[in-house]
Design a protein around this ligand. Structure first.
Ligand code: T4K
Length: 382
């Protein structure tokens, strides 16, 4: 094992602690800890301004927001979704008693392939749940066309997509609802947190009731709601994080660009083209390890670990391979050839604002050095 300091796939950005103290002092003096307090209300307004969206409802985490989004639109039956995501995407369906129907992904965006959606629609289908994977936008126009033709709702799992804009503005405006995660590992974090974005006040009101046990006022409960509320501590951190988010995005862009230069000519190492978006967020830096590279993806991952570099195989295994999904007809590998292939080759390299040039250079040089050493024979592995 290497003596160098560990480098993980991500490290949360935190503002200077002394800037957080005044927020804590306010909480201590007001004793408002949760239940739509002043920081919560302020963060909702500030995020609408920053993201250029109409309405947002804050949540305790992204998974609770996904579960509630499905409830808010009364989704039932079957929902078409991607197997190439974090398990929370499909788990939210199971928690609502909905059957996930997996459809394969596009090899270039790693997002749900719209050309395959129609064939998966049945009389039980009520919605599509795509993911803007790694913060790269889905083909929203094509997905919306299908949804309109078949009268389906669209809920985007936009957990990776905070701050991403296409030519028309925030990508969170697409579909009926978009769900965000503000988990520690995300581009924008509130320790834990999440949100649902919607475009009309009535839907926001329903979502807000659902996340507060269904309460409308002290004596009125209109739905079997849940407790999905964000606390004042999380909201306060969110307000402070918003002051730094542009710097965070710029640092991520710096690292993304440097990897592209450093890894450019390594045979068998492929990465995404620069995103065709107005503003990207560089949430992840996935590479695909192909047969021209002398190590398999898992060997490369292990070798990096020996050097205390902890990349991650997001998203391997596919959701469809976990035991609670494996039995579904749509989960079989033959139905998901592209997702299966990509999941077997993908490796997400470390990317976060505090990753400095030397550390990043070390990662890229190691990936290059494994290639050269292997070509001289396994005995010379580092
Ligand atoms: N939909 C999608 C598409 C998602 O990706 C996610 C979450 C969700 C829905 C659900 O949203 P939330 O309910 O979580 O808000 C992580 C995260 O736990 C998960 O939030 C995230 N996706 C997923 C992609 O990644 P793990 O199991 O890989 O996390 P963990 O704890 O191994 O963290 C990865 C690395 O980050 C660690 O090696 C070190 C670093 N780290 C992590 C934490 C938690 C820190 O430095 N500090 C920390 O506090 O799942």
């Amino acid at each position: 094992m290497s003596s160098e300091e560990p480098i993980y796939v991500t490290q949360p950005f935190l503002p200077p602690l002394e800037e957080f103290i005044p927020y804590l002092e306010k909480i201590w003096s007001s004793r408002v800890l949760t239940n739509n307090g002043p920081f919560h209300r302020e963060l909702e307004q500030a995020q609408c301004r920053y993201l250029g969206i109409e309405h947002i409802s804050l949540f305790s985490n992204g998974t609770m927001a996904l579960v509630t989004a499905l409830q808010a639109l009364r989704i039932t039956g079957e929902v078409i979704t991607t197997p190439y995501s974090f398990v929370a995407t499909s788990h939210a369906l199971l928690w609502n008693g909905i059957k996930p129907v997996f459809v394969d992904i596009e090899p270039n965006s790693f997002n749900l392939d719209p050309s395959l959606i129609e064939a998966a629609i049945t009389p039980q289908t009520t919605a599509i749940l795509p993911v803007h994977c790694y913060g790269r936008p889905c083909n929203t126009d094509a997905i919306q066309r299908i949804a309109d033709n078949y009268n389906l709702k669209v809920i985007y799992d936009a957990s990776h997509a905070f701050g991403v804009s296409d030519d028309g503005g925030s990508i969170l405006r697409h579909g009926d609802l978009s769900v965000l995660s503000f988990h520690a590992t995300k581009v924008f974090n509130t320790f834990e947190g999440g949100a649902i974005v919607c475009s009309d006040a009535r839907t926001k009101s329903r979502i807000d009731h659902l996340k507060n046990f269904g309460y409308v006022d002290e004596l009125t409960v209109v739905a079997p709601g849940i407790n999905g509320k964000m606390s004042e501590f999380n909201a306060a951190l969110g307000l402070l994080q918003l002051k730094y988010i542009d710097r965070v995005l710029a640092e991520r862009q710096r690292i993304d660009r440097a990897y592209r230069v450093q890894l450019d000519d390594i045979p068998g190492i492929r990465f995404f083209p620069v995103p065709e978006v107005r503003i990207g967020n560089h949430a992840y830096f996935p590479i695909l390890v192909g047969p021209e590279y002398p190590l398999s993806r898992d060997e490369l991952n292990d070798r990096l670990k020996q050097h205390n570099i902890h990349a991650r195989r997001y998203f391997y295994p596919l959701i469809s391979e976990f035991p609670m999904y494996r039995g579904l007809p749509s989960a079989c590998q033959e139905n998901l050839p592209k997702a299966s292939e990509i999941a077997s080759r993908v490796l997400c390299l470390p990317i976060y604002p505090a990753l400095d040039e030397q550390e990043q250079d070390r990662i890229s040089r190691l990936i290059r050095s494994f290639m050269q050493k292997v070509s001289f024979g396994p005995s010379q592995y580092p």
